[in-house]
Structures are given as structure tokens and as C-alpha cells.
Design a protein around this ligand. Structure first.
Ligand code: LLP
Length: 403
């Protein structure tokens, strides 16, 4: 998006502010479906957790996407956005039977990721059709926290435990209609992805009634200039060939499912924050913003890089700054970052602020969540109002203890 547009949105709505470019989401969705179009039916289950604003969900719905949800809250959001239950796939881990039952009654498609839950669920709902999450035992993903397909990760059923899955199927009659994996986020190495897929397809052969294979998400997007990203077109070419070969061996066409989050919504997002204070220290200048890790935690939590630009003065001479927040502990967004000269009152823009930014925000320090704006063809739509003090108090009860 143009700096001038972002600047006028910041001025109109106030900072901090999340802005999402709908056209970018549409572009990425079309790019993905075009790349994977072929002999086998394709289904995209957008990973709701990445950016779960209901208007964004509605946009993805109208593009033809289904949803991947990991909590009852996300399932209900999906229904509220107008998705039919069968277009919602629920792939939680470690959840209670109570939540699973609720989702089963709502009619969403369930994926179960451990033997204990599979047995309990199968005994309760022997007529159900579910899919199972497999742990393919590969190391994929950008960092330790988001690499979730390896043998020591908590996710998925190991291939060593497949005998027990078959026993549960035999004893209860539950129907396995899909196998699923999700191995990590920021996966650059497509060969690793393909390796995981081979494990998944190997296991898929053991089940006769499959309707789909879900390969999860994790495609890497660029976060800075020159950054590497998954070459989706190249990957899709390789993948489609292998998948249709597999379907021939399997004896029928299965649906190929992917669950991208970052690929669809990372680059559409801009987070705008105002400079409160400039504070020179011994050898660096601190720039303190009217935000902190309460609104964007990825730099602190994953050491993630977000490009930051000064949209008030994009052409200024570059200087080095430490960009920090207003939180009561160290919350550094960027260290010794070269940005065009900053003054108090300038608006800084964080790029790639679509995926896992607002959705990971909190009320830490009793700060309010910011507003979200969706921008489409020159028009802006407020899709979430900024919180106020009322929202901090909501659900709290003021009691006096009888001391
Ligand atoms: N499917 C499942 C079951 C997942 O758990 C995830 C992400 C996805 C799909 C989508 O992955 P994506 O395409 O967005 O990489 N908060 C971290 C990312 C955590 C992802 C967790 N699961 C971050 O900000 O980097």
C-alpha cells in the first residue's frame, strides 16, 4: 500500500492501528489456487489463527476458502462468518472431550491428534467420520517454537502407533476419512515438506475410506527485501505430479488440502504506531512507540524480523535506532535498525503485520487492543473498533473482601 494512504488512515483512525490490504489477500489466494490447479481437487483451509477477524474470514469465504480452526472459539467465529459446518475443519491438540463433543454437534470436520482422544471419541461416536493427525518425524520450520512435525514435538500420532489406530477402528467402527499433518511455519525447504508428505502418503495407504489428505500449512513468505520465500509455483508443480501418482496407486482421486496462514495474510498487514519519545543513550538512540509487545509480540517471542519504515518521512537520511515499546519490561522491536531519520510524532509502519500479529495481541499492562481496518479498492472499512477502558473492566467483578 502507498505510504500516503497508510498515513491518512493513521491520521483518521488514530494509532496504533492494524491495516489489511484485501487485494493482497485476494492476490495470494488466487496465486495459490492457480499454482495447485490440476487433476486433483484442491481445498484450501485458511488457518484462522493467523488473522481471525470475522470480516477477513468472510472475504476468504467468498474467495472459496474453507477454514482450519483449532479452538471452539475459532469454529464459532467461522460459523458466525457464514461458513457451513462442513467447510470448517477442526484440528486441535490436547483439547478436552467436552470441546470435541461440542464441535462434533456443530458439524465441523474433526481431526484427532492422539490415541487417547481417538479412542474416547470413537467409543462415544462410533458412527463418526474423522481424520487423524500424523507426526511425520521431520524437522521443518523457521525456529524451534514453530517446528512441530519432529519426533519430540507434542503434535500428531507417530507411525509407530498406527497399529493402535487400526485397533481402535476395528473395535469401534469409527471411519477415518482423512490423514493430516502440519509440520511447521516458515518452511523454506520444499524437499523437507515433500519428505513429510511422503510419510503421510505412506500412512494414507493403510486406510481405505479416505476422502482427503491434508498437508497442513507453513509456506514461507518474505519478511525483508531479498528474503527467501517458498517458491509456491515450483513446489506446486512437483507436488501435483507426486500427488496424482499417489492417487493412481491409491485407486481413486483424493482431495489435496493445504492450510496456509502466513502465505495468505502475512503480507497484507501493516501495523502503524506513533513515536512517543526519542531517547539518546550512550551509543544508540531509543525510539519509543505508543505500542509494545502487547500489540505485536513476534519480534520478542520468536526474534522475528519485521521491516519497519518511517512513513512520515520515507525519504530522510537513514540512521540507526533501537525501536522499543512502552511496556514495563524490555520490549525491543528492532535493534540497531537503519530507518530514515525519526522525530517524535512520526508514524512508523511495521510490514508483514497480517499473520500472527493482532491475533497474538493481549491486554498486558491493561493496554487496549487497537482497531483493525480492511482496505479495498481505495476504500477503508473499520472491521474492529479500538478497545477502551470499558473493555478492560468487562467481565471483572469488583468485590470487597470481608477483611
Ligand atoms: N495448520 C495448523 C494445524 C497449524 O497449527 C498452523 C500454524 C497452520 C496450519 C498455519 O501455518 P502457517 O501457514 O501460517 O505457517 N505464531 C507463529 C506461527 C505459529 C503457527 C502455528 N500453527 C508465528 O508468528 O510465526
Amino acid at each position: 500500500m502507498e505510504n500516503s494512504t497508510l498515513l491518512s488512515l493513521a491520521n483518521n483512525y488514530g494509532c496504533p492501528l492494524y491495516v489489511y490490504d484485501a487485494e493482497r489477500i485476494i492476490f495470494q489466494y488466487n496465486r495459490l489456487t492457480k499454482a495447485f490447479a490440476g487433476n486433483n481437487p484442491l481445498q484450501i483451509n485458511y488457518a484462522t489463527k493467523a488473522l481471525s477477524n470475522i470480516s477477513v474470514l468472510k472475504l476468504l469465504k467468498s474467495l472459496g476458502s474453507n477454514l482450519d480452526c483449532v479452538s471452539i472459539g475459532e469454529v464459532l467465529l467461522g460459523l458466525e462468518a457464514g461458513f457451513e459446518p462442513k467447510r470448517i475443519s477442526y484440528t486441535p491438540n490436547g483439547v478436552s472431550m467436552k470441546e470435541l463433543e461440542e464441535v462434533q454437534h456443530l458439524g465441523a470436520k474433526i481431526t484427532i491428534d492422539n490415541l487417547y482422544t481417538l479412542r474416547l471419541f470413537a467409543e462415544k461416536f462410533p458412527d463418526a467420520s474423522v481424520s487423524i493427525r500424523i507426526n511425520p518425524q521431520i524437522m521443518a520450520g523457521g525456529n524451534e517454537k514453530i517446528s512441530v512435525g519432529h519426533v519430540n514435538s507434542k503434535f500428531g500420532i507417530l507411525k509407530q502407533h498406527m497399529e493402535e489406530v487400526h485397533r481402535i477402528v476395528e473395535e469401534t467402527g469409527i471411519n477415518i476419512i482423512g490423514v493430516h499433518m502440519h509440520t511447521g511455519s516458515d518452511i523454506l525447504d520444499v524437499d523437507i515438506f515433500l519428505k513429510g508428505s511422503e510419510v503421510l502418503m505412506g500412512i494414507a495407504k493403510e486406510f481405505e475410506n479416505l476422502e482427503f489428505i491434508d498437508f497442513g500449512g507453513g509456506f514461507k513468505v518474505p519478511y525483508k527485501e531479498g528474503d527467501k520465500s517458498t517458491n509456491i509455483e515450483l513446489f506446486a508443480e512437483k507436488f501435483k505430479l507426486r500427488f496424482s501418482e499417489f492417487c493412481e496407486e491409491y485407486g481413486r482421486n483424493l482431495i489435496m488440502v493445504f492450510e496456509p496462514g502466513k502465505f495468505l495474510v502475512s503480507e497484507c498487514g501493516y501495523f502503524l504506531a506513533k513515536v512517543n519519545t526519542i531517547k539518546p543513550s550512550t551509543n544508540i538512540v531509543f525510539v519509543a512507540l505508543d505500542t509494545g509487545f502487547n500489540h505485536l509480540i513476534r519480534p520478542m517471542y520468536y526474534n522475528a524480523y519485521h521491516n519497519i519504515t518511517n512513513i512520515s518521512k520515507p525519504e530522510g537520511k537513514e540512521k540507526k535506532y533501537n525501536i522499543v515499546g512502552y511496556i514495563c519490561e524490555t520490549d525491543t522491536f528492532a535493534q540497531e535498525r537503519e530507518i530514515s531519520e525519526i522525530s517524535a510524532g512520526d508514524i512508523l509502519c511495521f510490514h508483514n503485520a497480517g499473520a500472527y500479529c493482532f491475533s497474538m495481541a493481549s491486554n498486558y499492562n491493561s493496554r487496549y487492543l487497537p482497531a483493525e481496518v480492511l482496505f479495498y479498492k481505495g476504500k477503508d472499512y473499520l472491521i474492529r473498533e479500538a478497545e477502551t477502558f470499558k473493555d478492560i473492566l468487562r467481565n471483572q467483578t469488583k468485590i470487597e473482601l470481608p477483611l
